[in-house]
Design a protein around this ligand. Structure first.
Ligand SMILES: [Zn+2]
Length: 302
């Protein structure tokens, strides 16, 4: 950063910038930059105006997210191999990083004039809770009879997550659907005699049976069903922008499919339906195919 500002300060000093830019540069670099130049020093002078730029913030780590705006004049943008959707009006985009995301991704924009602007995003790795256990991985859930019951549930969940509702919750700072003891973190995984089991795809919150929970952000209910074999009573909310939440094991559903909800609206009650060892809310978040850590959307519980 500092190098960037110094470069700008030099550039401004030599070529003259818009007054605002020069002022900002001067504030950031209180040192008298010009005095550091020795006679004969060569200064490369870039274009006096800063290049069009991505602006963003977020949790740039595995299971995290990024939200910002693409450079003005962008006609298409990508992050890694993902095409980004952005608002035509304010250029805002949202994307997220899978639990197993690579540590570097290219953020790239193609401008209307054909120029390509890109930068590297560093996605910091996480230290997942991995337990190596000396027992064989259970093969349960693979029989034909089981799949006959499971397949329609799996298809319903997949179909719901693919629905595009135009919800705008992706622009919000998420809130906790309910507060209580965190009984299971996102990403933990067991490895059975060298064979990895599937990792925990959400966060478990155990405030007690029957406690009401709310929508963490605005959205549209795309699934509200009872009696699923693993999930029990399940709600899925689309937050738009490819981002959606699933809530499992509810004792009661208080919303219907197609219903629009606002952040903080009551949507159901915590329970232990489906494959669950005690009353808790399993909350999972997905952006497209990426599985995300809800804790990175809400911040720590207090
Ligand atoms: Zn869980």
């Amino acid at each position: 950063m500092a190098i960037g500002w110094i470069t700008l300060a030099l550039t401004c000093a030599v070529t003259g910038c818009a007054p605002g830019e020069a002022e900002v540069a001067a504030k950031k670099t209180p040192v008298a930059v010009q005095s550091k130049l020795a006679p004969g020093d060569v200064i490369t002078i870039p274009h006096p105006r800063p290049a069009p730029d991505f602006k963003y913030q977020g949790e740039l780590t595995q299971g995290g997210w990024i939200r910002g705006s693409v450079p003005s004049g962008t006609v298409s943008a990508t992050l890694g191999d993902q095409q980004l959707a952005f608002e035509r009006r304010d250029l805002e985009f949202f994307a997220a990083f899978d639990r197993d995301s690579p540590s570097s991704l290219t953020l790239s924009a193609t401008l209307a004039n054909g120029k390509i602007y890109s930068e590297q995003i560093t996605v910091s790795p996480r230290k997942w809770n991995i337990q190596r256990v000396n027992v064989a991985k259970r093969g349960g859930g693979s029989s034909e009879a089981w799949w006959k019951k499971r397949e329609p549930e799996w298809l319903a969940i997949k179909g719901a997550r693919e629905k595009v509702t135009g919800a705008m919750g992706w622009q919000q700072n998420f809130i906790w659907p309910v507060k209580g003891r965190i009984s299971g973190h996102f990403g933990r995984q067991r490895i059975y005699r060298g064979e990895p089991g599937s990792y925990h795809s959400g966060i478990d919150i155990a405030p007690g049976n029957g406690v009401p929970f709310v929508a963490p952000a605005d959205g549209v209910v795309v699934l509200a069903r009872t009696g699923f074999s693993l999930e029990g009573n399940i709600i899925i909310i689309d937050h738009g922008g490819g981002l959606n939440s699933a809530f499992l094991h509810a004792s009661k559903l208080a919303v219907k499919e197609g219903q629009a909800v606002k952040q903080g609206d009551y949507i159901g009650n915590v329970g232990s339906t489906g494959r669950s060892t005690g009353p808790h809310l399993h909350w999972s978040l997905k952006w497209r195919d990426a599985r995300l850590d809800p804790l990175l959307f809400t911040g720590p519980m207090n």
